[in-house]
Design a protein around this ligand. Structure first.
Ligand code: URA
Length: 305
């Protein structure tokens, strides 16, 4: 028969399990600092965006909410307070300076091949995301492929393997491409607008995107794809410099040029935004539109679109 102490410690353990499950559900699925930080007395930070066609839900498998968890974790179950620390403050200030973007541009321009660019990205320390990521996720697929696809940011599986689109949405992406006779091995080259996983799969910040952008632009210049495909709202809006959501942008042809391409008279490259596969996993009815867009891409590859 469990005594009173046993029952109390079982209740405390249960409360801690719920608190942990609640954090994982909220996207805090990785330890990013040496010590826990008690944020209850601080001003609230902006919440990550709600899942939408523009910002599909994070892919990380999250456990279902425990039944009695609706009101959040028990107030006393949060981790013990640690000395106030703002782990992100210093890198955010650093990366938001024009100097960091300028150094990214200089490093990107000095790369003359995709391999040199991969090395330059791996050596670059100006993006705060690198500090919390396991791996740099540069690209996957066929460097000579006719299509270049650009997603948002690596997720947990991509971070583990160091390759883009290898999780659930990557598997759907491969099927979508196969449906129009395109394979990652032979015809498609895949990357993201940032090269490191944002903690908890949050959307990359404007500063993180800005600092990776010179590398992304150089990536496109060196790859010289025949067609660009922007996967999801953040990728399409960043690269096209548009404010509309993916629902308005998808399925339309745009002309893409980097500033250096404009300067040298190269391009433009035809570009089409497409629903992100992570969104299609959650909203399969939208596969109809995605199929139409894929057919338009196929027609363009065949010279008939
Ligand atoms: N989602 C993305 O946008 N990119 C990846 O690499 C994986 C999932």
């Amino acid at each position: 028969m469990p005594d009173r102490n046993d029952r109390q410690s079982a209740t405390a353990a249960e409360a801690l399990r719920h608190a942990l499950a609640w954090q994982v559900e909220a996207g805090a699925d990785e330890a990013i600092g040496e010590r826990p930080v008690d944020r209850r007395d601080r001003a609230p930070e902006p919440a990550p965006g709600r899942p939408s066609p523009d910002r599909p839900a994070p892919q990380a498998a999250s456990p279902p909410m425990p039944a009695q968890q609706g009101a959040g974790p028990p107030a006393r179950a949060a981790p013990a307070a640690a000395p106030a620390r703002t782990p992100a403050a210093a890198p955010v200030r650093l990366e938001s300076t024009g100097e960091t973007v300028a150094s990214a541009r200089e490093s990107a321009r000095s790369a003359g091949t995709l391999e040199e660019l991969r090395d330059a990205v791996a050596a670059f320390d100006g993006c705060a995301l690198k500090k919390t990521a396991m791996n740099t996720v540069f690209a996957d697929g066929a460097p000579e492929g006719r299509l270049m696809l650009i997603g948002e940011a690596p997720g947990a599986e991509e971070d583990r393997q160091g390759k883009p689109f290898v999780g659930a949405s990557g598997q759907l992406l491969d099927k979508m491409l196969a449906a129009i006779g395109v394979s990652r091995e032979n015809d498609a080259y895949i990357t993201n607008i940032v090269f490191w996983r944002p903690p908890g799969n949050r959307e990359p910040s404007a500063a993180e995107t800005a600092v990776c952008r010179p590398f992304l632009e150089r990536h496109i210049e060196l790859k010289k794809p025949e067609i660009l495909v922007f996967l999801g709202g953040p990728s399409a809006k960043t690269l096209l410099d548009r404010k509309e959501g993916i629902t308005r942008l998808r399925g339309r042809w745009f002309e893409f040029r980097t500033p250096d391409m404009i300067g040298s008279g190269v391009g433009p490259i035809p570009a089409m935004p497409l629903f992100h596969p992570a969104y299609l996993l959650r909203s399969p009815l939208n596969k109809r539109e995605a199929w139409r867009d894929l057919l338009a891409i196929r027609a363009r590859l065949d010279g008939s679109g």
